[in-house]
Design a binder for this molecule. Structure first.
Ligand code: FAD
Length: 422
């Protein structure tokens, strides 16, 4: 057993202590899949050096299907609708970490499904789970979309102290239907989601939190249309982002998740959940890059000695290990808290949002730092597509920026300790 395997064994014993031991089975199955299927093809997800769209899309389809076949897509949905009923945030986060080791965009794509079903689960809406969730539990790959961000700003919509007053997407009740008009930008899965668009609206921005409405919009709803995929730095083919236009989109009034006031709380709970999942994805990226740099600096010599055996470089590698271990330990602690709301509070409480935000900020800042430093230690090879690190760097930068960015997330950490309003 090499030392990396020994570290994995220690982690497994720790997980056995804080999650159900059988949940480790899906983590291990995903780990194997990442090693055998994703790692050898991770560059193809980028389309290779020439960013070949056809190659990237075909690779994505096959790997996505492979993860669906492993049960990842339905793993975290209730058994009553065909899911595997794994009711553990710790396990779910570990699965995202594992997939992200292979590819950050694939992890993002898979994590959106339970994220979008989250509001129905939190509100106990079995009817909505039946309508939208059951389809997810078949054997086909699916996509869902969480539409929060608008052209005039994303962070402000997530800001609990602005109480939804900056939301411009408007939902008006007309008889038994909500009529939605508005404009979103950036949501992952936009234009390709075949399950549902969870749309953050306001019934009246002057009402503040009481006006916030989360509404499930079916992908084929009349009046729903999309812009072209936005060109970006990383996750080019694995995470599709477009504008979304709502032009008098009508949905049954039952598609609103909860009542006035409760939807605002659920919005903050899903933001906390998204930030926690992002922390796990960031740790996966950092772990992958750490493994690459350890291997490279073992073979590469300077002054007749392996790079990693020089004290300057060993110290940087140790800092990487410290960052990864602490970021992982912290996201697992926060996930454990999410699994015990009776002790630690519901997902929308300032203390839970603060901790999820802290986990995200810490893990994402370190993921970017680790990938940058790894590139330094690997010299020109680190910058080459062959070395893989450049792709991880391009892919992971967005983890810092989405869901309110590093600044909004830090403000939410502060809000966990003392209240303030704008
Ligand atoms: C690849 C990708 C995937 C995405 N996926 C989704 C998705 O699935 N769903 C979705 O709805 N959106 C998604 N987004 C959008 C993303 O969540 C937003 O871009 C993000 O929340 C920041 O919003 P913004 O870009 O409008 O920046 P702004 O809101 O304009 O913020 C600009 C800067 O100001 C900071 N800031 C904001 N408010 C404050 C404040 N009060 N005090 C101090 N600083 C502040 C921010 O941290 C940021 O640094 C995605 C974006 C990308 C690029």
């Amino acid at each position: 057993m090499n030392r990396m395997e020994e570290m994995m064994g220690i982690r497994k014993r720790f997980v056995g202590a804080i999650a159900k031991p059988e949940d480790w089975e899906i983590v291990e199955a995903v780990h194997e899949f990442v090693e055998n299927e994703i790692m050898p093809r991770r560059r193809d997800l980028d389309g290779g050096w020439h960013h070949d769209e056809k190659l990237a899309k075909a690779t994505f389809r096959e790997l996505h299907k492979g993860l669906v076949d492993l049960g990842v897509q339905r793993a975290f949905l209730p058994e009553e609708i065909g899911g595997l009923g794994i009711n553990s945030t710790v396990t779910m986060c570990m699965v995202w970490e594992e997939i992200a080791r292979g590819d950050c965009g694939l992890a993002t794509h898979l994590s959106i499904i339970p994220w979008v079903m989250g509001p129905a689960l939190i509100a106990g809406r079995r009817d909505l789970l039946e309508i939208f969730g059951r389809k997810i539990c078949d054997d086909e790959p699916h996509t869902a979309c969480m539409a929060i961000t608008e052209p005039q700003g994303g962070a402000n919509i997530e800001d609990p102290t602005l109480h939804g007053r900056t939301i411009r997407t408007k939902a008006t009740l007309d008889g038994d239907e909500w009529v939605i008009n508005g404009h979103k930008i950036w949501p992952s899965g936009a234009s390709i989601a075949d399950i549902v668009y969870c749309t953050v609206c306001t019934t009246d921005p002057r009402k503040g939190d009481d006006g916030i409405a989360l509404i499930y919009v079916p992908p084929d709803a009349e009046g729903l249309s999309f812009g072209k995929p936005i060109e970006k730095m990383g996750m080019c083919w694995t995470d599709i982002n477009t504008e979304i236009f709502y032009d008098n989109v009508r949905v049954p009034k039952e598609y609103r998740i909860a009542e006035s006031g409760k939807d605002a709380k659920i919005l903050h709970a899903i933001i906390a959940g998204g930030r926690l999942g992002t922390a796990a994805i960031a740790v996966g990226v950092a772990q992958a890059v750490f493994e690459i740099v350890l291997e490279y600096t073992k073979e590469r010599e300077i002054a007749g000695k392996a790079v990693r055996e020089h004290s300057l470089h060993a110290s940087i590698l140790a800092d990487m290990a410290i960052a990864i271990e602490t970021a992982r330990a912290y996201y697992m602690q926060v996930a454990w808290m999410a699994d015990h709301p009776k002790i630690y509070g519901r997902g929308w409480t300032p203390s839970r949002l603060a901790r999820a935000s802290a986990a995200k900020v810490y893990a994402c800042d370190f993921a970017v730092w680790v990938t940058n430093k790894a590139m330094e230690l690997m010299g020109a090879y680190g910058y080459s597509a062959d070395g893989h690190v450049e792709k991880y760097l391009r892919d992971c930068k967005i983890l810092q920026l989405w869901l309110g960015g590093a600044q909004r997330a830090r403000l939410d950490v502060a809000l966990g300790y003392y209240p303030f309003e704008w």
